[in-house]
Design a protein. Structure first.
Length: 208
């Protein structure tokens, strides 16, 4: 719908994610500000990364799921000729280590958009993944002192862990877009202490 090519897998939510999901956020928030250094945590198949790569100076896309990461690489190769995208096949959390990524199985296919580090009683596929924290990752990439113009975090219930492992990065971040689920909303107070202000959905009015 906006000029990009995407690889969409069968029995996966890719087509909806590409064409319909988060259209407001992409058009009103992300695309106008995707400049400089952009960090996409929970990149999935690249719906944000691809739309940033031709305008941003550098994009770091972090996606732990092996199948999603393969699709992410394909979509970046089709859309990002400047080769300014760094692809990271890891999960992010509060500390480094290893863990398991749980992908739910349903009657309509695999829940590739809802894979999480939290185990559940739902029927799932388990993958062992490497876990890093955001501050350490950027240090290793030589970006430990760079200003992050836009940081997007969508990690299915692990937002608090990512924030805890990214304190220094957050203090260098101009714009933050983050999905919070349930009790994660308490992170508003943490972000406020760092200096972030919450903007309403229209993008003009500060709520605090």
């Amino acid at each position: 719908r906006d000029g990009y090519w995407f690889y969409a897998r069968p029995r996966a939510p890719d087509l909806y994610t590409i064409a319909a999901s988060e259209r407001y956020e992409l058009e009103k928030w992300f695309k106008p500000r995707a400049r400089g250094l952009v960090i996409d945590v929970g990149a999935y198949i690249g719906t944000y990364t691809v739309r940033a790569c031709n305008k941003a100076e550098k994009v770091v896309a972090v996606e732990p799921h092996p199948a999603n990461y393969t699709a992410l690489k394909i979509n970046v190769a089709m859309n990002c000729p400047r080769r300014n995208v760094v692809l990271i096949n890891k999960a992010l959390g509060a500390a480094s280590g290893r863990g398991y990524l749980w992908t739910p199985l349903g009657s309509r296919g695999v829940g590739l958009t809802t894979a999480t580090l939290k185990s559940s009683k739902q029927r799932s596929v388990r993958h062992e993944v490497e876990i890093d924290n955001l501050d350490n990752l950027l240090e290793e990439l030589g970006l430990g002192s760079d200003v992050v113009n836009y940081l997007k975090i969508d990690v299915e219930g692990e937002a608090i862990s990512v924030l805890r492992g990214g304190d220094q990065t957050l203090r260098r971040t101009r714009w933050l877009q983050i999905e919070m689920i349930g009790s994660e909303v308490w992170a508003h107070s943490l972000l406020k202490r760092i200096g972030f202000r919450l903007i309403d959905r229209r993008g003009n009015n500060y709520l605090y």
